[in-house]
Design a protein around this ligand. Structure first.
Ligand code: ATP
Ligand code: MG
Length: 203
């Protein structure tokens, strides 16, 4: 039995309709798995409006984040950002997301591992694919921009959702999975990744 630290986390992943439709589920999950993250729950879902509504909770913090990130990018390009209010803008983005997530099948999964939330976000990349670093999922597989998505009045097509914090992950897992659907796996690779006694010389 491995003794694991307090930083072993679980995180909620959704491959959004664009990722499913483009046949990228395997590629996306392979990237997370090869980093050492483990799938502990998995399903293909036709999302309900209620699930999508809960998933993108319209908090003040989220609306501000959505607004500030897009405004900063557009201003850095010297392009107009004609939305005066983070509430109206955030509400519009959320409505688009609720529609987007229901527009086709999505794949929901829970990944587990050391600091899984932050590790996954690192592998996923920035919100806007065009600004995501090469080597990240969004950077390598999408070229969508704020400019294009906003001009078409739709959310960014950035392939994947990954929880932003441990707290968010807990809330989101409850939306997409029953507790009994999340399994516990003792993988043979665990001692290689996490075993305290591995690679010590016998004394
Ligand atoms: P996610 O929560 O999906 O993992 P994220 O945490 O990188 O992505 P959020 O700020 O939480 O980004 O926004 C949620 C989703 O809403 C984004 O992934 C994107 O699809 C869409 N989105 C966010 N901001 C905008 C925007 N300004 N214009 C268009 N779509 C946006
Ligand atoms: Mg988010």
């Amino acid at each position: 039995m491995l003794s694991l630290g307090k930083t072993m986390e679980q995180t909620l992943i959704l491959v959004k309709p664009d990722g499913v439709e483009r046949g990228l589920v395997g590629e996306i999950f392979a990237r997370l798995q090869r980093a050492g993250l483990k799938i502990v729950a998995l399903k293909m879902v036709k999302a309900t409006a209620e699930q999508c509504d809960k998933h993108y909770a319209l908090t003040e913090e989220w609306m501000k984040g959505v607004y500030d990130k897009a405004k900063a990018k557009m201003e850095s390009l010297g392009q107009p950002f004609p939305y005066p209010d983070h509430k109206a803008y955030g509400g519009m983005i959320k409505d688009g997301l609720v529609e987007f997530l229901q527009a086709g099948p999505i794949v929901a999964a829970v990944f587990e591992g050391e600091q899984a939330v932050a590790q996954t976000r690192k592998l996923v990349g920035a919100t806007e694919p065009a600004s995501s670093a090469p080597g990240t999922i969004r950077g390598d597989f999408s070229i969508d921009t704020y400019a294009l998505s906003n001009s078409q009045n739709r959310p960014l097509r950035n392939l994947i959702h990954a929880s932003g914090t441990v707290e968010e992950a807990k809330n989101e897992m409850a939306i997409w999975f029953k507790p009994e659907e999340i399994v516990s796996i003792n993988a043979t690779v665990d001692p290689v990744l996490y075993g305290a006694d591995r690679y010590r010389l016998a004394k």
